[in-house]
Design a protein around this ligand. Structure first.
Ligand SMILES: [Zn+2]
Length: 276
């Protein structure tokens, strides 16, 4: 079953299973509809770094906050540099980057916290959103994994950071892999494949050779193999079936739209106790 379900009267997909299991948790992924931005960012573009009118982006972010029940002051993001660095978010960083890209938490692609009223966000137009949850310790993490972050094993880096900071054990974590470009639409060349082969022993099931030095790569599958190798039971991993490039009505896609397009957001946060 698809773990990300469209919620009526909103422009978001939500991880219903996680939200039902953990009262106070809000987690999901935005759709491209319901915002103010104009072509080619139509309409719920949430990226401040793609050339859209920043006033529209700020208002779009506020639309999402209202739909998911968080104050705009809670909207927090990292710079996203296609790296593998992750950072713990405390109250001091709450709201970083919500109005200006140059105020985002610098040089990180992953954020994690156990604090309430912080809405972790990151931005997508094909890359892989990874959501991590320790339901007992109430720790959450969000990582942005394009091909570089994936082969750099940001998934494993995040698991290590959660263990070091909070004592989270990989076999007690739940992980969700959000909507992204899938193997049906993501063609790569030998240069990328060199890194894929070195990323995990079980890379093969994520690749379909297409001949002529071209390959169809399923980054969601590759991240799943890295997570399993790092100690997350496969039964704890849920994966979206949505392909961003196949679904132009629902999603922006960098590859399909040839680079000029908006960004969806992944989001995860805890409401303060007693507030839902
Ligand atoms: Zn596709």
């Amino acid at each position: 079953m698809e773990p990300f379900q469209i919620v009526a009267q909103t422009d978001t997909l939500r991880l219903n299973g996680w939200e039902q299991r953990c009262p106070g948790l809000v987690a999901g992924f935005t759709l491209r509809s319901g915002g103010l931005s104009e072509v080619p960012y139509d309409s719920l573009n949430l990226g401040l770094h793609v050339g859209d009118n920043p006033d529209h982006v700020r208002k779009n972010r506020q639309v999402v906050c209202r739909q998911v029940g968080f104050d705009f002051e809670a909207w927090t993001c990292g710079e996203q540099v296609h790296g593998t660095a992750v950072e713990q978010v405390t109250d001091a960083q709450r709201g970083s980057g919500r109005e200006r890209a140059d105020r985002a938490i610098p040089a990180v692609d992953g954020l994690y916290t156990d604090k309430a009223e912080i809405l972790l966000t990151s931005y997508y137009a094909d890359c892989i959103p990874l959501y991590v949850l320790d339901p007992q310790k109430r720790v959450i993490g969000l990582a942005h994994a394009g091909w570089k972050g994936t082969v750099g094993r940001i998934a494993a880096v995040m698991l290590r950071a959660l263990e070091e900071s909070y004592g989270c054990k990989p076999d007690e974590l739940l992980v969700a892999i959000g909507p992204s470009i899938r193997g049906c639409c993501y063609e790569v060349d030998e240069k990328v494949m060199e890194h894929v082969r070195g990323s995990t022993a079980n890379w093969k099931q994520s690749v379909q050779p297409g001949g002529d030095g071209r390959y169809m790569l399923d980054l969601a599958e590759l991240n799943q193999q890295i997570l399993i190798e790092s100690g997350v039971p496969s039964s704890h991993i849920s994966r979206s079936n949505y392909c961003t490039a196949c679904n132009g009505k629902l999603f922006f896609s960098h590859r399909r739209d040839k680079g000029r397009t908006g960004r969806m957001a992944s989001f995860i946060g805890w409401k303060a106790k007693g507030v839902e």
